[in-house]
Design a protein around this ligand. Structure first.
Ligand code: NAD
Length: 291
């Protein structure tokens, strides 16, 4: 028997990237899928966000796997509209068992950037308040028969990253929220966990803006130029991980494989958050090669 047979899963930020992969993974294991995504640019975000065409493509991928799929354009920050959409989708598909709160934005900035208040508000309202609003809307459905909420945090949930105060604060915040929800909802057999990935090969990380940010001295930085600084973040010698690796962790927490797991933050991070102090093995090796 497939691990998500007979289940219905909601995925926010499901139009593309990791959200699409979670949809593919859970559908391949038998789940019907509800997707939500803003499909619009949020002011301040320096890489192109998703489109309605991306969302439609993910719906088609899920349907191609033989599962039912509903896709909605809705901003996770809009609690009232989220409630309307999710109530409607659950009425149509009959139940809700798994919720992957995956949507998010990253806006790197200096803490003394004159525009930092607006950027802070955009990131916190999306990555933290939008997570809380989504959770509050799905809880009444999950209370009916138990379920699993999985929040996509980040390695920035566990350690700081340079020039990213809003993102780091928002992703640390969701870990507190996950623990609080796990405590309050365990009596209903609702499990709540976070998955904390390192850099993932999606448009949020691999984009023109980040290429220049990580290679400030190059005139035409390429994905190749990003590999060295990105690999230096990790213990395992990889620059980033693929969305499938995160989706496997989500499947573990969504399915009965993780039935006694609640309140945790599961790093899928090539060792970045457990790096010993000092220079990484990768950099050490490079210095040895050059000397
Ligand atoms: N890519 C990385 O390197 C990385 C690393 C660690 C964690 N994450 C986290 O993983 C999650 C998925 O990101 P991704 O890598 O797939 O990036 P992505 O940009 O491809 O996907 C994020 C999706 O969220 C949607 N979204 C953003 N704000 C929204 C809102 N207010 N309402 C509804 N939808 C909204 C976007 O439109 C987009 O489709 C995010 O929470 C992100 O913070 C990403």
């Amino acid at each position: 028997m497939k691990r998500m047979e007979g289940k219905v899963a909601l995925i926010t930020g499901g139009a593309r990237g990791q959200g699409r992969e979670h949809a593919r993974e859970l559908a391949a294991e038998g789940a019907d899928i509800i997707l939500t995504d803003i499909c619009e640019q949020i002011p301040g975000v320096k890489y192109p966000m998703s489109t309605k065409a991306d969302l439609d493509e993910t719906v088609e991928i899920v349907r191609g796997l033989g599962r039912r799929c509903l896709g909605y354009v809705v901003d996770a920050r809009d609690g009232a509209r989220m409630r309307q959409v999710i109530d409607e989708a659950v009425a149509e598909l009959g139940q809700l068992d798994t919720v992957v709160i995956n949507h998010g934005i990253a806006i790197p900035h200096e803490p003394d950037d004159p525009d930092s208040y607006e950027l802070w508000d955009a990131v916190i309202s999306t990555n933290l308040s939008g997570v809380y609003r989504t959770a509050s809307v799905v809880i009444p459905h999950l209370k009916e028969c138990g379920g699993s909420i999985i929040v996509i945090g980040s390695s920035s949930s566990l350690v700081a990253h340079y020039n990213n105060p809003s993102y780091t604060a928002s992703k640390h915040g969701v870990i507190g929220l996950v623990k609080a929800l796990a405590a309050d909802l365990s009596k209903y057999w609702i499990r709540v966990n976070a998955v904390c990935p390192t850099a993932v090969s999606t448009d949020m990380f691999i984009n023109e803006y980040n290429l220049s940010r990580f290679s400030p001295n190059e005139t035409n930085p390429t994905v190749e130029s990003l590999k060295f600084p990105a690999t230096a973040l990790h213990q395992l010698p990889v620059p980033w991980i693929e969305p499938e690796a995160v989706a496997k962790a989500v499947l573990y927490l969504a399915s009965d494989d993780g039935k006694y797991v609640t309140g945790i933050s599961l790093p899928v991070d090539a060792g970045t958050t457990t790096q010993p102090p000092g220079i990484t093995a990768f950099i050490g090796q490079r210095i040895a090669e050059l000397s």
